[in-house]
Every structure is written in structure tokens, then in C-alpha cells.
Design a protein around this ligand. Structure first.
Ligand code: FAD
Ligand code: SIN
Length: 535
């Protein structure tokens, strides 16, 4: 793997800031971490877009936790382990499911308007892989927005927290396995800032944008994974990328998510001929786990020669559908589709990254003073396939943990980054690059080579293409967010495809045409990468 060119900087001339803790991101993980660390430390939140722009904001279905009397953390643990296909770390899952319920109750105290049933108890819905109803949701199908707004309101009024919007984290300040903060680019002015801190928390989310078909917003370009990898942190399980089975497939429309909760409330999947097909693939039918449903849809599309299948709720009570899914209903109306009556064209799209920066139970990476939480990590709770609605909970539980660790580090003396300059790693080129064009080609390549079903030949060819693109994209000095994102996307694509090529078996979200069986003897283990291996 190649090193990218990094700008040459005299750090003594760069404007600098020194909060106790710097956090990168503004989704559920960063906001949760910030509130805990700010109890006795100054916290700076750096985020590349507007404050609320994140995957968290778009979360629909809900947040899973054992909240009802007939449920238990133990049941939630078992469902999570089953869906994770042998690669979850049980201790991490136990932490998730036992600490989760109280944190959801705290969200309720903070004013998150979770929906209630007629008897005023929380209305819980069902999603694939869950043995019972345990997914709490807000404003019907706008859970993420409701949660994000209620935590962000507390963050904004906290005297110890400063929000730096429209600041893109370029790289971590690191030396000899220690992190000292980060460099950020103010998007509008292209001014670079040095932010030194006693603790740095990465909560930058996943890498969905490396795929052409994705539910993720534009900000989700794998920056945190690429930055951490460059700083010497270990990344893990990068081959496990989850495809959501049902995203809207209408020419010209964004790949808008149609929540799994729609199937939880009884929706059917129909093929081109109008037949239900899921029972032929799994006894849980439409509520099998996501990997199973996505694969079945692909097979059904191949068998019927179509580009999509359909989701239908025409057999369900229209009033219930209107109340439960008001946002999906509105979004579909724009394309003259009525969710209550019409068959909605859907197909799978990249949705979630199970792999990422390896962290322990305390959100620590293997770089000292660098913590990480949320989708950017591989913290052991999702294994080879994430259970639906477990990721908001992951952000809450491990975000809080990162906040606690940051708070402890913040009580130590302020370290100073020992380097006076950022030295370029290699000579820079000045070549005309159409960033959007390379980005579009990269996204198509990943869809083809690292999609739902993979094989050696396609992935090996893709790696050669990635190497070729890296040769010139990594030599360019970019002072724009788009260019820096492209470099990160290329780095992440390398990690995904290399890991997917290495894992010669099929497990969870990673399916190989040439190795269709699960092979516990050889592969029931995590795959890791550290840049030292490439030096
Ligand atoms: P995010 O919420 O993605 O936040 C990452 C933040 O980092 C963003 O603010 C981004 O701008 C910032 N950032 C990234 N790179 C940089 C950089 N270089 N510099 C500065 N800032 C940066 N999960 C569930 O549990 N339940 C659901 O119902 C659900 N529905 C979903 C629906 C959709 C459409 C999508 C896309 C995801 C859904 N998920 C759901 C998944 C879930 O939303 C995410 O996994 C979770 O919100 C991730 O939270 P996070 O805090 O780790 O990252
Ligand atoms: C959905 O609403 O289907 C998304 C849930 C998730 O990603 O966990």
C-alpha cells in the first residue's frame, strides 16, 4: 500500500488550539462522548459539515434494547451473537446489551419523543434477526433525527463544549504510537488548524460512500478509518460491509432507505412476477437477517432478469402504515408512489461498516491517547453481520465509554506534539485530476468487486485498478475536502478488498462465489491490518 502525499506545513505558523479533548464527528457516538468528557474537561467537536449532518440523523427503524418486561439483555445477546456468525466478541456484546437499556431511558429523560402504544408503554417494533419486538422508534420512522436533536440540544448548551462545524479533519498528529490531536481544514477558507489535545476521539462513522449504491449521506467517506490507519492504529474485519436489502430503486432518485421496520410490521417482498419469494430462502421469510435477505433478492433478480424486486404493504392496514412510516410515505410521494397501495421498487445497497478501527472494551485503539467509538470502529459487537438497530446503541454505549476514557486522560498534563513541521512523505505532483470522475469510477468498481457476492478474479483486478489510481491520486496535494476524501476512499477501498480477498470463505455479510462455505477451522478469526505490515 502506498503513502499519500501530505501537505508540507510549518506547524509553528499554523493557528493552533488546545482543548483538553478533541472529538471528530457529530453523530451519536461523538455527542455521547462529548457530554461525558465535558463533565470536567474542555471539549472541542470538529465536524466536516453542518452540526447534525451524519448517518445518525437519517436512522429510521429505531434503537434496539431489552426494554420490555418479557425481554432480557440475555435474549438480546443471543440474537446479536447469532446474526454475527461467530465473530462477535461476547464480552463486548454483553456490555452493549446490559448498559444499553439505561442509556435509552436517559434519552427519554432528555426528551427524545419515542413512540408509545395506546397503554402508554413504549411501542416496540420488530426487525430482521430479532427474536422479539425490541426496537424503540421515534416520530414513526425518524428515530435518528429525534435522538440526534435531543443530544445535540444538551451539547449546545454545555459550557465546556465548543462545536467547530465545516472543519474537515485531515490527519492525526502522531508520533511513535502516541496521538497528540489533529489537523483540520476549514472548508470555506482552506485554512489549516492545529488542534492539540490530551485525548483525541474518532467518531467519524463508516465508509458507505465508497460504493455507488449506498444509503449513507455524502459525509460518510471512511476518513476516520483512513486517518487511524495512517497513524498506526490497527484496523479489523474490513471485509464485512452490510448491504441493506430494501433501498428505493427509481432512476434519478437517491438510494433512499425503506426501513426494515416496514417488513417488521408485515411487508412482503415480491419478485418481478408478483410472487413472494423469501420463504423459499429462509423460514423467517422477510425477517431473516440482512445478509440472507440481500442475497435472496440478488438471486431473485438474476432468476427473473430484473434490476429490482418490490416491497408491498397493500395487504396491511393503511392507517397503521401512515402513522408508523410518515417520512417514508412523504419521500415516496415525490416519485408518485403511494406506500399504502403501490409496489415499491427496491434493491440492496451498502448500508453499514462492521469493520473499522480495532478498539477494546474501553474504546481504546492501539495508539496511545487515541480513542474511537461508533461505526468507525470494530469494537466486537457486530461480528460478521450487524443485528438491525444495534448501531445507534453501539454509538451510545461505546461513545459514553470513549468519553469516560477521554475524561481520565484529560486530568493528565498537556503533551506537546514534538514535531515542528509536517514533512511530506513523498514528492508532490501537480497533475490535473477530475476528482468527481475518479470518485464515480471508484464507487462503481467497489459495487462490482466488493458487493454482495465476491470472487478472487474480480477483486484481484480491482486491486490492480486501485493501485493504478493511487499512483497519481496519492501524489497530489489537495486543499479541498473532496480531494482529501478521495484519498481516504481509495485507502479504505484497498483495505476492504484486500481483506475480502484474504478471507477465503463465506460468512455473514462476506460471501464468496468461489468459497461458498463457512470454514471455521481456518477463518473463525478477525483479520487485521496495520500499516507496519506494509513498510
Ligand atoms: P455518524 O452518525 O455517521 O457520524 C459521523 C460524523 O463524523 C458525521 O458528523 C460526519 O460529518 C463526521 N465526519 C466524518 N469524517 C470527518 C472528517 N474527516 N472530519 C470531520 N468530521 C468528519 N442504525 C440503527 O441502529 N437504527 C436505525 O434505525 C438505523 N437506520 C439507518 C438509516 C440510514 C439511512 C443509515 C444511513 C444508517 C442507519 N443506521 C441505523 C446506522 C446508524 O445510523 C449509524 O451506524 C450510526 O448513526 C453511526 O453513528 P456514528 O456516531 O458512529 O457516526
Ligand atoms: C432500518 O430502519 O431498516 C435501518 C435499521 C438499521 O440499520 O439498523
Amino acid at each position: 500500500m502506498k503513502e499519500r502525499y501530505l501537505l508540507e506545513l510549518d506547524l509553528r505558523r499554523v493557528p493552533s488550539l488546545a482543548p483538553d479533548v478533541v472529538m471528530c464527528g457529530s453523530g451519536i457516538a461523538a455527542l455521547s462522548a462529548a457530554l461525558v468528557a465535558a463533565e470536567n474537561a474542555s471539549v472541542m467537536l470538529v465536524t466536516k459539515g453542518q452540526a447534525l449532518e451524519s448517518n445518525t440523523f437519517y436512522a429510521q427503524g429505531g434503537i434496539a434494547a431489552a426494554l420490555s418486561e418479557d425481554d432480557s439483555p440475555e435474549n438480546h445477546l443471543q440474537d446479536t451473537l447469532n446474526v454475527g456468525c461467530g465473530l462477535c466478541d461476547e464480552e463486548a456484546v454483553r456490555k452493549l446489551v446490559t448498559e444499553g437499556p439505561d442509556l435509552v431511558r436517559q434519552l427519554i429523560e432528555w426528551g427524545t419523543p419515542f413512540d408509545r402504544a395506546e397503554d402508554d408503554r413504549l411501542h416496540l417494533t420488530l426487525e430482521g434477526g430479532h427474536g422479539q419486538r425490541r426496537v424503540a422508534h421515534a416520530n414513526g420512522d425518524a428515530t435518528g433525527r429525534a435522538i440526534e436533536q435531543s443530544i445535540a440540544a444538551r451539547v449546545r448548551e454545555h459550557p465546556n463544549i465548543t462545536f467547530l462545524e465545516n472543519h474537515f479533519a485531515i490527519d492525526l498528529l502522531h508520533k511513535d504510537g502516541v496521538c497528540y490531536g489533529l489537523l483540520a481544514l476549514e472548508s470555506k477558507t482552506a485554512r489549516v488548524l492545529k488542534i492539540e489535545a490530551k485525548a483525541t476521539v474518532l467518531a467519524t462513522g463508516g465508509l458507505g460512500q465508497i460504493y455507488r449504491e449506498t444509503t449513507n449521506p455524502d459525509v460518510t467517506t471512511g476518513d476516520g478509518m483512513a486517518m487511524a490507519f495512517r497513524a498506526g492504529a490497527t484496523v479489523q474485519d474490513m471485509e464485512f460491509v452490510q448491504f441493506h436489502p430494501t433501498t428505493l430503486y427509481v432512476a434519478g432518485a437517491r438510494r433512499f432507505l425503506i426501513s426494515e421496520a416496514v417488513r417488521g410490521e408485515g411487508a412482503w417482498l415480491l419478485n418481478e412476477k408478483g410472487e413472494r419469494f423469501m420463504q423459499r430462502y429462509d423460514e423467517r421469510a422477510e425477517l431473516a437477517s440482512r445478509d440472507v435477505v440481500s442475497r435472496a433478492i440478488m438471486l431473485e433478480m438474476e432468476a427473473t432478469g430484473s434490476t429490482n424486486v418490490y416491497l408491498s404493504v397493500a395487504h396491511l392496514d393503511a392507517k397503521m402504515i401512515r402513522e408508523r412510516f410518515p417520512n417514508i410515505l412523504e419521500a415516496l410521494k415525490k416519485y408518485r408512489l403511494d406506500l399504502t397501495k403501490d409496489r415499491i421498487p427496491v434493491r440492496p445497497a451498502c448500508h453499514y461498516t462492521m469493520g473499522g478501527v480495532r478498539t477494546d472494551l474501553h474504546a481504546r485503539t492501539d495508539v496511545h491517547r487515541l480513542l474511537a467509538a461508533g461505526e468507525v470502529t470494530s469494537c466486537g459487537v457486530h461480528g460478521a453481520n450487524r443485528l438491525a438497530s444495534n448501531s445507534l446503541l453501539d454509538g451510545l454505549v461505546f461513545g459514553r465509554e470513549a468519553g469516560k476514557q477521554a475524561l481520565a486522560l484529560a486530568q493528565e498534563p498537556q503533551p506537546t506534539f514534538p514535531e515542528k513541521k509536517v514533512q511530506p512523505i513523498r514528492g508532490k505532483d501537480e497533475i490535473p485530476i477530475d476528482v468527481d470522475d475518479v470518485r464515480a469510477s471508484l464507487k462503481s468498481l467497489n459495487n462490482r468487486a466488493a458487493g454482495i457476492v465476491r470472487d478472487r478474479e474480480t477483486m484481484a483486478n480491482a486491486l490492480r485498478m486501485l493501485d493504478f489510481w493511487q499512483n497519481y491520486v496519492y501524489s497530489e496535494e489537495f486543499a479541498t475536502t473532496k480531494g482529501l476524501e478521495l484519498q481516504n476512499m481509495l485507502g479504505c477501498s484497498q483495505l476492504v478488498i484486500r481483506s475480502a480477498l484474504r478471507r477465503e470463505e463465506s460468512r455473514g455479510a462476506h460471501q464468496r462465489r468461489d468459497f461458498p462455505e463457512t470454514d471455521d477451522a481456518r477463518w473463525k478469526q478477525h483479520l487485521t491490518y496495520n500499516r507496519k505490515e506494509f513498510e
